[in-house]
Design a protein around this ligand. Structure first.
Ligand SMILES: [Zn+2]
Length: 293
């Protein structure tokens, strides 16, 4: 288990690297403007989980920062992007009751659109994949959400790690959650969020077959709405102000590269260790023979 001290250092390190990324890309955009070219529009999708009552003020401050720094867009809209602009979409996973109680009033006050991803079989239950449990909204609460501001999407039936279940079960979680939510809410569900951000190419295909328009992950890339898979960056009301601004600017987009590099290094180390073990286990005569040549 990671100590909180170690966690804080990791956070500082990530924040520091992201600050470098932010400085580099701001400089790049500045000089390309000087040279007369307009940079492309960027869009960052944020995802929250819980907004507890005691964090509501911090959450509201973050919404004010969003209004200062970006153009808020809905995830469902056929938004036309203006070159050079910076857009942000706000999403919430797990559909906790404190979305309705704490987050929504602040979003409504600022007319900010958002998307909530619902676990179809967890309605009105206590749910918490990370230890602490929260109450999930009831069907009545979901139905009462203002449609013009809140879009609902699917977050499976039961919130499993989809890469670890049999394909037929994954298909059921993906397709049946869509059908179930559509029947319960009497509206089309076209967005899907992978539980724990756990996905692979096959699961993306299953989502396409099920008829979704977009799926969202937990990889903090810029979101390109011409693509089926959209990246998102995790935010919490407890984020440091600098950390939040950097996430909002898309400066954490180096993280997927770091994850990829890390898994390549692990694979390489495992392969080297395996080769060494096989070498040690090989009969001595064979080693002699080959080394004698
Ligand atoms: Zn979730």
């Amino acid at each position: 288990m990671e100590s909180s001290n170690q966690g804080a250092w990791k956070r500082v390190l990530k924040c520091g690297i992201s600050l470098g990324v932010f400085a580099a890309s701001t400089t790049w955009r500045f000089f390309s403007r000087l040279l007369g070219s307009t940079p492309r529009a960027n869009c960052v999708i944020l995802y929250y989980h819980s907004v507890p009552a005691e964090q509501r003020t911090k959450f509201a401050e973050q919404l004010d920062v969003i209004l200062q720094c970006a153009r808020p867009v809905a995830l469902n809209a056929q938004t036309a992007f203006v070159p050079g602009e910076h857009c942000v979409a706000i999403t919430f996973d797990d559909a906790f009751q404190n979305f309705a109680d704490e987050a929504l009033p602040e979003l409504e006050k600022r007319r900010l659109p958002s998307t909530v991803f619902v676990i179809a079989e967890a309605l009105n239950k206590a749910f918490g994949p990370a230890g602490s449990t929260e109450q999930v909204m009831s069907l009545e609460q979901l139905r009462a959400l203002p449609r013009e501001l809140v879009t609902l999407g699917s977050h499976t039936l039961t919130h499993p790690m989809l890469t670890r279940v049999a394909e037929q079960d994954a298909r059921r979680e993906i397709a049946l959650s869509k059908a179930t939510l559509e029947a319960m809410l009497d509206s089309q569900i076209v967005l899907f969020s992978f539980p724990f951000g756990d996905f692979n190419e096959r699961l993306v295909e299953l989502c396409q077959e099920a008829g979704y328009q977009h799926v969202v992950t937990t990889l903090p890339t810029f979101a390109n709405f011409n693509e089926f898979v959209l990246g998102r960056v995790r935010v919490d009301p407890t984020d440091w102000p600098l950390e939040f601004r950097l996430k909002l600017a898309g400066a954490y987009r180096w993280l997927p590269l770091a994850f990829d590099l890390k898994s390549r290094v692990y694979r390489l180390v495992r392969a080297v260790l395996r080769a060494r073990r096989q070498n040690l286990e090989a009969p001595k005569s064979v080693i002699h023979e080959s080394s004698g040549r």
